[in-house]
Ligand binder design. Sequence first.
Ligand SMILES: *Cc1c(COP(=O)(O)O)cnc(C)c1O
Length: 360
Amino acid sequence: MKTPYLTIDLDKIEHNARVIVGLCHEHGIAVTGVTKVTCGHPEVASAMLCGGVTSITDSRLENIQRLKSAGINSPFILLRVPPLSAVDEVVALTDCSLNSELDVLEGLSAAATRSGKVHDVILMVDFGDLREGIWPDDVMMFVREAINLAGIRIKGIGTNLACFGGVVPSEDNMNQLVALAKAIEHRFGITLEWISGINSSGLELVSAGKMPQCINHARIGEAILLGRETIHRKPWPDTFQDAFILHAEILELKKKPSLPVGERSKDAFGLLTEFEDKGLILRALLNVGREDIDVDGITPLDSRISVLGGSSGYLVLDATAMEDNIAVGDELTFTLNYSALLAAMTSEYVSKYTLSDRVQ
Ligand SMILES: *Cc1c(COP(=O)(O)O)cnc(C)c1O
């Protein structure tokens, strides 16, 4: 096989989805699968749907287009707030979008009216994570305007935490979201179908039974794909953390010093790295680099190997402990964290192969 490549175990993804969906269902929570870290990979979306998610969401219209072209049959939600310049595409390609700007809602309203559709929206509220969302004090005024827009249905309100500011979901901020939903329903006489408060950072609160009951929708990516909640990045019980494995090939294998020789300045990326003196070590160069992965986000499956660093096209490893067991041309394997997976899925230099025992 052409190296480097990622293997994607669809059965593990389906299993993880089933575990997370099962937990959420016990608490009356519907789950939408988030495919953005896989660039809208159709078979990944399909595995999520087989595992019980009821819709798919991605942050990019290109990815949603890719999923639809591949024949994935599901409601589609746009996860990133839409660009004002693409409202027609948003209405054409998706059933629902997350929103925080009135100008954009007006654009979506015009686009929906033009195409004779009703477009669902989830109004995002910022409870302090400081990425997207209407500030809580401004929500009532926002809804008063939004509610009159033709072709737009307010399906729910939501919030996203632990993404930019690292704010932890709590009973307190989740109760504030519920209170706001109740106030909207009361003031405007509408029913909000979804109160969407949960991503992979909210699962601990759910399993502890501390998620307020009215929170009934989750958007889950990492816990399904990498089997981790995202507050402590602990493996989630009964899920796989290795559905994605990176394979790269040894290009050079040589005993060299562990310390650079000669006067030093910064490396190719403008950094001055610390080197540890371990004497002569067996250094392996692999054909994957910063263009394809986050070097700090990969873990060798063989614990005898350690990652020393990387440049755009090389990964440098200490393979001293494997001395008699490896050779140039061998493939080494790694698990990936979210940031390394995002890069590897995006890199056109990394081939992707899906594995599944399921008859497809
Ligand atoms: C990425 C994203 C998610 C999914 O987050 P995970 O931690 O991968 O579960 C949910 N909601 C929004 C708005 C996102 O951008």
